[in-house]
Design a protein around this ligand. Structure first.
Ligand code: NZQ
Ligand code: ZN
Length: 387
């Protein structure tokens, strides 16, 4: 393991069928007013909203509604949430939904008592909160982002055409998370596979960096294998509890900071994907799948050892041929799996056009933890190959 680190994840997880029965015990720890945050209405159709409201009522809570959080939550919606929390003096922000709802709740939590513009402070200047943070709790309904057990909060500024994530400190992580795999049965297939690819790519982003023998990478390989195996069952049989529960737990561990320990980590696929998202408002996981192969083919020569390991350990590629040939076979297996899932493999199908390439390249942040620090012409080349 390289370097020293502090590992601290304070999120308490209630996992499994009927896990919502633990919500009351958690609610008892907070004040009377709960800001109930949810998305565009799926929770009302699948009954999760009613189930949560009945627990809130049984606990004597005052419920303040904050629905309509859109996928890829915006700065405008964030302002609305801050206003609701301030006017009602929310004691707890309860996110009931997917990553967008959880991220938004965290962004509200660090902004309620912040006197500056949160977009500028947290997303442009990347400063840490210096104010009181309103606690967040989650009831997760869609698998993928890991937001339920991490301190990330991605916000989109439509006017500035920027989609930026801030990974806060552990004090911003949800205090508790309810993970019931059955709550994910109603997720539409396209969203389900996008979430599966998102989780897989979170592991890749942490895996494709460094070449030392690192326990984080061995854990990463196990997570990737489990995600691939369970995805194959879940796409055929969406109500297969074993597959959906494995996916839920694997996605949580894919991005709850554990497998980043002792590693530099890459995150360039996310930077490219988020820039595509800023221009197209496309589903997050699809923006990642659409740029992944051109990006990985581009950086493979700089990280042959790890790409070879990926091919052999994750995909069972035979160790025949040169290291590069074996490594490329791993990417071919990845491509085959992406085709099986039906995730996007180019950005045109997400609404991106040739004319947008320069703007998307401008919006792409360059990271320096992977095998290659991209130059501007390399970013443009990868985006053009993704078209
Ligand atoms: O809005 P509703 O009506 O609830 O519908 C949602 C939404 O349309 C639907 N859905 C969720 N649960 C459902 C369901 N439909 C039926 N049944 C259910 N049980 O799914 C759609 C997508 O939801 P969303 O929350 O947007 O998806 P996801 O979980 O993929 O979150 C995406 C957001 O998370 C950010 C992304 O950038 C994006 O903004 N990310 C956050 C990260 C983090 N906190 O660490 C990391 C990720 O890399 C990601 O960037
Ligand atoms: Zn992601």
């Amino acid at each position: 393991m390289k370097g020293n680190f502090v590992y601290h994840n304070p999120t308490k997880v209630y996992f499994g069928k009927g896990a919502l029965q633990n919500l009351g015990g958690e609610l008892a720890k907070y004040g009377k007013t709960v800001q109930l945050i949810y998305g565009g209405g799926s929770v009302k159709k699948n009954g999760i909203y009613d189930a949560v409201v009945s627990v809130l009522k049984a606990c004597g809570k005052r419920i303040v509604e904050d629905g309509g959080v859109m996928p890829n939550p915006t700065t405008e919606k964030l302002k609305e949430g801050i206003k609701i929390a301030r006017e009602n003096k929310a004691d707890l922000l309860l996110a009931v939904g997917g990553g967008s709802v959880c991220d938004y709740a965290k962004a509200v939590s660090v902004s309620v008592h912040c006197e500056e513009d949160p977009w500028e402070k947290y997303y442009l200047r990347f400063e840490e909160p210096s104010c009181e943070i309103v606690p967040v709790g989650c009831v997760l309904t869609m698998v993928g982002t890991g937001s339920e057990m991490n301190a990330g909060a991605v916000i989109t500024n439509r006017e500035q055409k920027l989609k930026i994530g801030h990974v806060f400190g552990s004090e911003v992580m949800p205090k508790f998370t309810v993970l019931d795999p059955e709550f994910t049965y109603s997720v539409p297939r396209r969203q389900m596979v996008a979430g599966i690819y998102d989780a897989f790519n979170h592991v890749c982003e942490q895996y494709f960096s460094g070449d030392d023998d690192n326990v984080s990478d061995r854990l990463a390989e196990a997570l990737m294998k489990s995600i691939v195996a369970s995805s194959r069952v879940a796409v055929k049989d969406p109500e297969n509890y074993e597959a959906r529960s494995n996916l839920m737990w694997a996605a949580t561990w894919a991005l709850n900071t554990l497998i980043a320990m002792g590693k530099d980590t890459d995150w360039e696929v996310h930077m490219l994907g988020q820039a595509v998202g800023a221009y197209t408002d496309a589903t997050h996981g699809m923006t990642l799948s659409a740029v992944s192969l051109p990006y990985y083919r581009h950086i493979l020569p700089y990280g042959v050892k790890k790409f070879r390991q990926f091919a052999v350990e994750v995909w069972g590629v035979e160790e025949k041929g040169t290291d590069e040939q074996i490594a490329y076979m791993g990417l071919e297996k990845l491509r085959e799996w992406m085709t099986e899932l039906g995730v996007a493999q180019n950005i045109s199908e997400l609404g991106a056009t040739e004319e947008m390439i320069e703007g998307i390249a401008d919006a792409t942040l360059v990271m320096d933890g992977g095998y290659r620090v991209l130059t501007r012409p390399e970013i443009v080349k990868i985006l053009k190959e993704s078209l």
